[in-house]
Design a protein around this ligand. Structure first.
Ligand SMILES: Nc1ncnc2c1ncn2[C@@H]1O[C@H](COP(=O)(O)OP(=O)(O)OP(=O)(O)O)[C@@H](O)[C@H]1O
Ligand SMILES: [Mg+2]
Length: 249
């Protein structure tokens, strides 16, 4: 489904990614770990078209996507959340979801006259999908409240719900468990597992090793912009190369 092939990206003199390679075809949930500044978020930005790499390829479902703009990559089926959640604080939870849709019919003025019934049907379908995702996140009772009322962890759930509105087949999560309380971590784990059962694939950046061990089928470890190890989570946790990258010799 996703292959990263020799991707390099630099900022001034800093190589954030150096010939980075990974392939997540064989596992539904893949973890991406590594010390601070090792290039994890930069790799997400490259995969989702926020950054163009200096060299290398990103293949999604067999097609190159490294030169495509973000909206085309979203249309192809890659969704993401951000390390620092990006929600619209003054909009209701429901509206935060309704603005994230592909192909909104009512946006074309001509359709307002010619396809009114279809637009209404679309709106009501989108609304019920949005409510079902809020329900999945345990946020349905807050549907009409402004997103600014949510806790940090709830915002992460809202962001994931918004990503689902775009019907991605692969979802990239940047530190879904960081800074949130244990109850919400459990909620996020169960949501991800239930989406996995429905066929969604995940690539997850996370510093919390318990989360990685509970969720991931495979883990890649980045250090200084390159993959230094990969394997099942249990083996990665005790790999001397990985321990050295985190803690030094
Ligand atoms: N926009 C930018 N301009 C300049 N340097 C950048 C930029 N984005 C990232 N970097 C640098 O690239 C390197 C990789 O950063 P990145 O944010 O990808 O790391 P990370 O693995 O996500 O770290 P963390 O675990 O702290 O989130 C770092 O040295 C960082 O300072
Ligand atoms: Mg990061």
């Amino acid at each position: 489904m996703l292959r990263v092939d020799n991707i390099s990206k630099h900022f001034g003199g800093v190589w954030a990614l150096k010939n980075c390679c990974l392939n997540i075809d064989n596992w539904p949930i893949v973890g991406l770990i590594g010390p601070n500044g090792s290039g994890k978020t930069t790799l997400f930005h490259v995969i989702t078209g926020f950054y163009t790499p200096e060299s290398g390829k990103v293949l999604f479902k067999g097609k190159e996507i490294q030169s495509l703009p973000t909206h085309r990559i979203v249309q192809k089926g890659i969704g993401r959340t951000f390390q620092l959640s990006r929600v619209f604080e003054t909009l209701s939870l429901l509206d935060n979801l309704l603005i994230a849709r592909k192909d909104i019919l009512g946006e074309k003025v001509a359709s307002l006259f010619t396809r009114w019934e279809k637009i209404q049907e679309d709106e009501s379908q989108a609304r019920s999908r949005a409510l079902s995702y809020l329900n999945l996140m345990g946020l349905e009772t807050k549907a009409d409240e402004p997103a600014g009322n949510l806790s940090y962890g709830q915002r992460k759930l809202l962001e994931l719900a918004r990503t689902l509105m775009l019907d991605p087949s692969l979802i990239l999560l940047d530190e879904p468990a960081a800074g949130i309380n244990p109850t919400l971590i459990k909620k996020i784990l169960s949501v991800i597992q239930s989406l996995k059962r429905k066929g969604k694939r995940f690539l997850i950046i996370e510093h919390n090793m318990d989360v990685i061990i509970q969720l991931c089928d495979w883990v890649y470890v980045l250090d200084a912009g390159a993959v230094i190890a990969s394997g099942p989570p249990d083996a990665i946790r005790t790999d001397p190369v990985v321990l050295e990258a985190y803690f030094g010799k």
